[in-house]
Write a protein that binds this ligand. Structure first.
Ligand SMILES: NC(=O)c1ccc[n+]([C@@H]2O[C@H](COP(=O)([O-])OP(=O)(O)OC[C@H]3O[C@@H](n4cnc5c(N)ncnc54)[C@H](O)[C@@H]3O)[C@@H](O)[C@H]2O)c1
Ligand SMILES: [Zn+2]
Length: 531
């Protein structure tokens, strides 16, 4: 994406999200020309859109749309509102994303229904059961919208508020950076920035976000060896000398003793409440630096710079931090939302391939939870790019934690495959890493769901194929189903003695079940062992 002051701004999204009204407002505020694509098409065709659909059919309408978009892509400095389907076409989308700042406006189906009222000028929504039709169309378009770099949710917001947010995006645009805002129910807000080469821009990004003050970088010995110097150099160029605290790598060091060591380092560095902790590392570093930041001086600010794939798509977002006790994993911790998350996929270049595959287990899990198209990509030619894969997996996590920051309900969905997975890790005495445990857990959960008739009978095999394709294990030897079941009953996610299982209903949809019998668990584990 080019980043000049005159780059066009394109607003897209479903009908009823307010593209035209917001576009008009943004154009007025920037003193730019506003173009409503649908109006232009009507002008070109000399008839209203429902008539075009009736007379010539949708294909003809789409052809007009494409032609006009091509013309507009050549111009600069416009504000354009497109029809809801215009950028569903991959060629249209890529062309506009290349040339302009494309923002997808979103809203809940209920908001959309309410905003559309009884508008009868919507050929795609003709007929009764409009809410169902809206949900259906939204699902059809979800994959295309997911590829649009910037989203602004419009539910419950005025046109002026949405225009404000679009203008902030326009001001902040920087070549190739995706900005994924996270807004929690209590109005806490932070951004996830995703882009190649961002590591060196971190000092500038902190300044831009008013994250000033003393910085302590927390990393581990593996990550620091590859990336700390580059980050420190960037700070030095900006005239800052952050303290670097390097921890021993690995889950076995995710302990209170290490936290104590961090406190000592923070004190020795003179970190005060106006300073901030920057976690440069995988999930282990992020969880510990986050917990230390949550508790040191009753809390200092936190910036997450994840370096493993797992940390990029999962642990750096959502605010869970903590350490292990000898009695179990993650038994002590705090919710600590980061003030900023900076994801630079270039850092994955030094991640050991095995760790990368472990992270893919979580990406695939996110696909099964809520992004069927992402999952299908793994079954087909693979994700479009590393960046789009991370963005899509992240969007699933962001959506879930925004709706349920404290795991009162929906957030449990993120534990798909984890009840089995944790138990498998545990019986192996952690010789089987988390991602592999999750992979096996995904198959076991799908098998259990299929046996219950909750999902298509073919789903376990479908999931197994995708996992095998990316090099994750799909069968388990050496341990008995009974051992694994026994380990499950000590899982801390138990609720009043019952184990909660997240089970897939289809690719892209899961549910929580608390009535699973031991026999069902054993049967599905046996299936994972036999294959
Ligand atoms: N907070 C949450 O919401 C959440 C969610 C999921 C997992 N977790 C936690 O995350 C941890 C697992 O995270 P992880 O898989 O990232 O483990 P990790 O941090 O141990 O990283 C895995 C290994 O890769 C190395 N590494 C990381 N990035 C590297 C890079 N760019 N180059 C070279 N080496 C690199 C690390 O040094 C380590 O040896 C677990 O402790 C788990 O409990 C937390
Ligand atoms: Zn996990």
């Amino acid at each position: 994406m080019t980043s000049t002051a005159s780059t066009s701004i394109v607003l897209t999204g479903f009908m009823g999200v307010g593209k035209s009204a917001v576009g008009r407002e943004v154009a007025i505020r920037l003193g730019r020309t506003f173009i409503d694509l649908d109006d232009k098409i009507e002008e070109m065709a000399g008839m209203r859109i429902p008539q075009i659909f009736e007379t010539w059919g949708e294909a003809h309408f789409r052809a007009l749309e494409r032609k006009l978009l091509r013309q507009l892509a050549l111009q600069q400095g416009l504000v354009i509102a497109t029809g809801g389907g215009a950028l569903v076409d991959a060629r249209n989308r890529e062309m506009m994303v290349q040339q302009s700042l494309v923002v997808c406006l979103t809203a809940t189906p209920e908001t959309i229904l309410q905003r559309l009222g009884n508008d009868t000028q919507r050929p795609l929504l003709a007929g009764p059961q409009r809410l169902q039709r809206i949900v259906q169309l939204l699902n059809q378009r979800a994959a295309a919208y997911a590829e649009i770099p910037q989203w602004v949710d419009t539910s419950g917001k005025s046109i002026a508020q949405v225009a404000d947010e679009v203008l902030v995006l326009a001001q902040n645009q920087r070549g190739g950076v995706l900005r994924l805002p996270v807004t929690l129910p209590d109005d806490t807000r932070y951004e996830i920035l995703l882009g190649s080469g961002l590591l060196s821009h971190i000092p500038a990004l902190l300044a831009e976000q008013h994250l000033t003050g003393q910085v302590v970088i927390v990393s581990d010995e593996n990550v620091a060896a590859h990336w700390a110097a580059q980050l420190q150099e960037a700070f030095a160029t900006a005239g800052q000398q952050p303290h670097l605290s390097v921890l021993p790598a690995g889950e076995t060091h995710k302990t209170l003793a290490t936290i104590r060591h961090l406190y000592d380092d923070f004190l020795a560095a003179g970190l005060d409440r106006s300073g901030l902790v920057l976690a440069l590392g995988g999930g282990v570093v992020g969880d510990m630096a986050g917990f230390a930041a949550a508790t040191y001086l009753r809390g200092v600010r936190l910036v997450q710079v994840p370096t493993s794939l797992l940390a990029m798509v999962d642990s750096s977002v959502g605010g869970k931090t903590g350490v292990d006790l000898p009695q179990g994993k993650n038994l002590v911790g705090a919710f600590k939302q980061p003030n900023l998350v900076v994801i630079d996929p270039d850092l994955l270049a030094t991640l050991p391939p095995q760790e990368y595959r472990n992270g893919l287990a979580e990406v695939i899990k996110h696909g099964i939870i809520q992004d069927a198209a992402l999952f299908e990509q793994f079954a087909g030619d693979g994700p479009d790019s590393l960046l789009s894969m991370i963005a899509r997996a992240l969007r699933v996590k962001i959506g879930v934690v925004q709706r349920d920051p404290f795991e009162a309900g929906e957030r449990a969905h993120l534990n798909l495959g984890h009840t089995f997975g944790h138990a498998i890790e545990q019986v192996s005495n952690f010789a089987i890493p988390h991602g592999q445990g999750v992979a096996l857990g995904l198959i076991a959960a799908a098998t259990l769901a299929a046996n219950r008739g909750l999902c298509p009978a073919s789903l376990p095999q479908q999931i197994r194929d995708v996992l095998a394709r990316v090099g994750l294990p799909v069968t388990l030897a050496d341990y008995s189903p009974e051992q694994i079941l026994a380990a499950m009953t000590t899982d801390k996610k138990r609720k009043q003695g019952r184990i909660r299982f997240v089970l897939p209903r289809a690719v892209g949809q899961v549910g929580v079940y608390e009535d699973v019998r031991d026999a069902e668990v054993l049967t599905s584990l046996r299936a994972v062992m036999m294959m």
